[in-house]
Design a protein around this ligand. Structure first.
Ligand SMILES: NC(=O)c1ccc[n+]([C@@H]2O[C@H](COP(=O)([O-])OP(=O)(O)OC[C@H]3O[C@@H](n4cnc5c(N)ncnc54)[C@H](OP(=O)(O)O)[C@@H]3O)[C@@H](O)[C@H]2O)c1
Length: 284
């Protein structure tokens, strides 16, 4: 199959492009090679490649979306619309990634969010991502919207991606203990997305590893997977609270996800977050 990946240098895009290249012909374009906010460039690149399947992995991140609403609209809404429209004109399918930040995250310990829950984002990233989902659905009926959450894997400088290596190196890490969500090992995300795509059932999916944890619990588990004892881990963790982080955009507090469509399709649950994290810690 010929597959087109936009935003291919990011965490999801880079892993996806590498994994798909084993079995498919992949045209993977980084931001430098294709700016998805440039509609003419999107049309030109997609027509050149003539893919059967387009992945949009480009995104403007959370705090940047709060600071630069115009750019957030362009990258998280307009660009996805250009890609989905190009897919539609070509008769191709599109996979567009979205986020647990579609939801408000209240109250704590509520049941996991499903597609039956009304999106109610608390920041501009969430608002533009929800708007991006809608324009993709409207522009291309052959679309899979994949909401995921707290994705980690090799190659990115983010807490979830680096905490295991930091603990291994004996470095102190700051961990937030009052925000919870589902976590997702990027390799598991990609495998499940390809399974979903193979079903041909278009719609909105929630793709995450089973279970819920806080950043603090994630760090504890990463340490445990490394074979460290609590006596070794605890002095390395500096516990903090979300309000003390003074981040630019507010974060929802409790956003675990559950996938009704996967359940209806009879797909098995994704593996537990601890098993997935253990795999990441062992394999890097
Ligand atoms: N990572 C997570 O925890 C997480 C959680 C939930 C949902 N998601 C979703 O998963 C998808 C992928 O996220 P990710 O974690 O892989 O993000 P990422 O690592 O930040 O990668 C995003 C990529 O998009 C590129 N980009 C930004 N503006 C662009 C533009 N105008 N045209 C083309 N490319 C552009 C960035 O390039 P530059 O850096 O060069 O600008 C970057 O390489 C997103 O839809 C995100 O909402 C991720």
């Amino acid at each position: 199959m010929k597959i087109f990946v936009a935003g291919a240098a990011g965490l999801v895009g880079s892993h996806l492009a590498r994994r798909l290249a084993r079995d498919h012909e992949v045209v993977a374009l980084s931001h430098g090679e294709l700016d998805i906010t440039d509609s003419a460039a999107v049309v030109r690149r997609v027509l050149e490649a003539k893919p059967e399947l387009i992945f949009n992995c480009a995104v403007l991140q959370v705090d940047e979306s709060e600071q630069e609403p115009g750019r957030a609209q362009a990258v998280n809404v307009d660009g996805p619309r250009f890609l989905a429209a190009a897919a539609n004109d070509l008769g191709a399918e599109v996979v567009h990634f979205s986020t647990q930040y579609a939801f408000a995250g209240e109250p704590l310990h509520r049941p996991p969010y499903t597609i039956d829950d009304e999106p109610r984002p608390v920041n501009n990233y969430g608002r533009t991502k929800v708007a991006g989902e809608a324009v993709v659905r409207a522009a291309c009926a052959r679309s899979y919207i994949v909401r995921t959450s707290w994705v980690y894997g090799s190659g990115k400088n983010s807490f979830l991606c680096t905490v295991a290596n930091d603990l291994k190196a004996g470095k102190k890490v700051r961990v937030i203990d009052d925000i919870w969500s589902s976590t997702t090992f990027v390799e598991d995300l990609i495998e499940r997305v390809m399974t979903i795509r193979g079903t041909g059932r278009y719609g909105t999916y929630h793709v995450v590893n089973e279970g819920v944890c806080s950043y603090y619990e994630f760090a504890l588990e990463a340490g445990r997977c490394l074979g460290l004892t609590r006596a070794q881990i605890d002095p390395l963790l500096e516990i903090t609270h979300e309000r003390d982080m003074k981040r630019i955009a507010p974060r929802p507090r409790y956003t675990p996800l559950r996938c009704l469509l996967s359940e209806r399709l009879g797909l098995p649950p994704m593996r537990d977050w601890r098993a997935a994290l253990g795999n990441y810690v062992r394999t890097g």
